[in-house]
Design a protein around this ligand. Structure first.
Ligand code: UP5
Ligand code: MG
Length: 199
């Protein structure tokens, strides 16, 4: 087919590091489509008739990582739908994925031949700043995991399962790290420099 092969930037970082915030800003300036794996899972949880709603709900509250078959099917469908509507839209920011070895294997199996991962944008932020941002947001986010109990688990999962994924990409020279503990505009300054350079 004449469709372009999807180009992907994975966006990783702890809970509340600012992945979603920065992705919105990137989309405003560069031609990317933002797909947040967490948002897609929350939508699927809310969808009437979803057979995974209950499972997703439990995993999110527990800060655990949902089995990759579910996440990949949502990501794949979102990418396909985007490209079907507008074939110029083949560049994606995939936010909050891959988070563990299972995610990595699932991506390899389903997507390695179907998409190119250009680099991994890593928002580096201390656990303390991450927790405080999420607690602050939790005052009115309605997210079931923006509370101390869930946050402790989210941080634990991040350190145990997601950091090793970032380390793996680091060894391949694929990680672009940004100090995410600064203001939104300062962080975006570094992000712009990366996207201007990578094209
Ligand atoms: N904020 C942002 N940037 C700031 C800055 N520079 N200075 C001050 N404040 C800043 O930001 C968080 C809050 O901080 C906001 O209030 C923002 O205004 C402020 P946000 O941009 O939302 O950060 P983000 O990194 O996107 O935080 P998020 O909570 O979304 O990260 P998580 O990775 O925890 O959440 P996600 O939605 O990706 O995943 C949720 C759960 O879904 C996971 O725990 C897991 O259970 C499940 N999941 C899977 O199982 N598999 C997946 O593949 C993905 C998710
Ligand atoms: Mg987010």
């Amino acid at each position: 087919s004449l469709m372009m092969k999807p180009q992907v930037v994975f966006v990783l970082g702890g809970p509340g590091a600012g992945k979603g915030t920065q992705c919105s800003k990137i989309v405003g300036k560069y031609s990317f489509t933002h797909l947040s794996a967490g948002d897609l899972l929350r939508e699927e949880r809310a969808r009437e008739g979803s057979e995974y709603g209950g499972l997703i709900d439990t995993y999110i509250k527990e800060g655990k990582i949902v089995p990759v078959e579910i996440t990949i099917s949502l990501l794949k469908k979102a990418m396909e739908d985007t490209m079907k509507k507008d074939e110029q839209k083949f560049r994606f920011l995939i936010d909050g994925f891959p988070r563990n070895e299972d995610n990595l294997q699932g991506w390899k199996k389903a997507m390695d031949d179907n998409a190119d991962v250009k680099f991994v944008l890593f928002f580096d932020c201390s656990n303390e700043v991450c927790i405080n941002r999420c607690l602050e947001r939790g005052k009115n986010s309605g997210r079931t995991d923006d509370n101390r109990e869930s946050l402790t688990k989210r941080i634990q999962t991040y350190l145990q399962s997601t950091r090793p994924v970032i380390d793996l990409y680091e060894k391949q020279g694929k990680v672009r790290t940004v100090d995410a503990s600064r203001s939104v505009e300062e962080v975006f300054g570094d992000v712009k420099a990366i996207f201007d350079k990578e094209g």
